[in-house]
Design a protein around this ligand. Sequence first.
Ligand code: HXC
Length: 519
Amino acid sequence: MANQEKINELIEKRAKARLGGGEKRIDSQHAKGKLTARERIDLLLDDDSFEEFDMFVTHRSKSFGLDKQRFLSDGVITGHGTIDGRIVYVFSQDFTVFGGSLSETYALKICKIMDMAMKIGVPVIGLNDSGGARIQEGVRSLAGYAEIFQRNIMASGVIPQISSILGPCAGGAVYSPALTDFTIMTDKTSYMFVTGPKVVQTVTGEVVSAEELGGAKIHSTKSGVSHFLAESDEENLLLIRKLMSYLPSNNLEDPPAIVCDDPIDRLEDSLNEIIPESPNQPYDIVDVISTLVDNSEFTEVHRNYARNITVGFARFNGRSVGIVANQPKYYAGVLDIEASRKAARFVRFCDAFNIPVVTLVDVPGFLPGTGQEYGGIILHGAKLLFAYGEATVPKVTITLRKSYGGAHDVMSCKQLRGDLNYAWPTAEIAVMGAKGAVEVLEGSNIRKIEDTEEKTKYIERKEDEYTSKFANPYVAAKYGFIDDVIEPRNTRFRIIRALELLSNKKDVNPPKKHSNLPL
Ligand code: HXC
């Protein structure tokens, strides 16, 4: 064969591989409102940056007539490219080939790029759209999944791992995304479940649709499995790019810094007024966050899950931070099981990847009741406590209003190695709120008063006394538990100065195999 013929053969093979399972299946993919695996890669990565591996790989099966059905690439496209000029490895499951199902060779392709990403120290992004284990391959497919899981585990905390769910993701296949740092689901076209609706009906008798069982909305609101909900494949992929802009490439690097055009000494008078007169009145913590951070840009994680706590990424003076903030707008910002888990996972992510944590506190306490106790709030609350206490990244805490009881300790207090802890003059830092405290301390005196009006007046007087004596920032400040009481409008500047001061902070944990996080 002449050279040119050989080159033509290569070109033809490439063209064939690019067609995946063929035009008909590509059309059917589009008809479902989904992009193809290759179109997704094109949208995700910088133009012309993708370099593909293993395009000529095919499966090795002979049974079930598979020897007559071989597709170049074998249903997954793998390689590397760049996002804003930074290298990432990517795999994109191709639903047009055997429903994107995973074979032994397919798993090896994914493992290859994961191994290379670990060697180089760059993120892995997985675009998932698959019918799960390739049924014809049996246990070899299960082994393939386990090879991927093992690599997910080894890569955890070393390189960022991001999973997009853009179609089916069922059975044990869901565990690879669950082992990664962030999961982004597309509304109406993606779902995740351990067992599908048919099995659910057979085993439990429950009739449920795929959407209700494991659709993007469910996982973004009820289970918390998905960190972000995207309206389309396009939005999903752009979210990955946005998320990447806050993250370092690996755990030994700092996150990328950008030039900040928002004045660092911008004073915000509106913050002096933001805390309502009545302690029971809510406000939106996202308004506070938007006012403080560079250009009001806040990328909220888990926006629709455990809304009583807000977490997400932003920048101060062009540098990434993770923000954790109680949200008084939902359930008064109380800490419960979901909120504790959500914030704990976020704090641990930030700590693993050298992203400072800024905590805004307005928390009335932990949610009481059997629902919470039976659900193990003790263990889940301890997760957040553990995460803050274990974190060695810079930690800056601002107490805006309430900071009561155990929740005060949990929310990045001084003794959990909070580096700089500031409070607004409106802060109430105490063991408990006035009502509860008066009930406990004055119970016997209150019971002795028979006249109802007199009783009410007595309680009110005692509550006022308690509030003025204890529900303020100055008691904590007197003991040095709060480093300074600051004017709210100065907060942006004070946070930026704190983060600058802490930029060379060194803190270490004692050597150990690993900690025993209360799971
Ligand atoms: C082989 C598969 C496949 C699979 C789909 N296909 N899933 N081939 N193994 N797991 C093929 C179909 O035969 C079909 O081929 C093509 O992909 C498209 O599938 P359709 O059914 O036509 O598409 P759709 O109607 O959109 O339904 C998609 C689906 C459904 C919901 C994913 O295909 C399905 O239920 N598949 C089986 C899912 C499953 O049970 N997987 C195993 C789970 S157990 P043609 O040639 O007609 O185009 C598992 C264990 C993992 O994954 C454990 C890890 C630890």
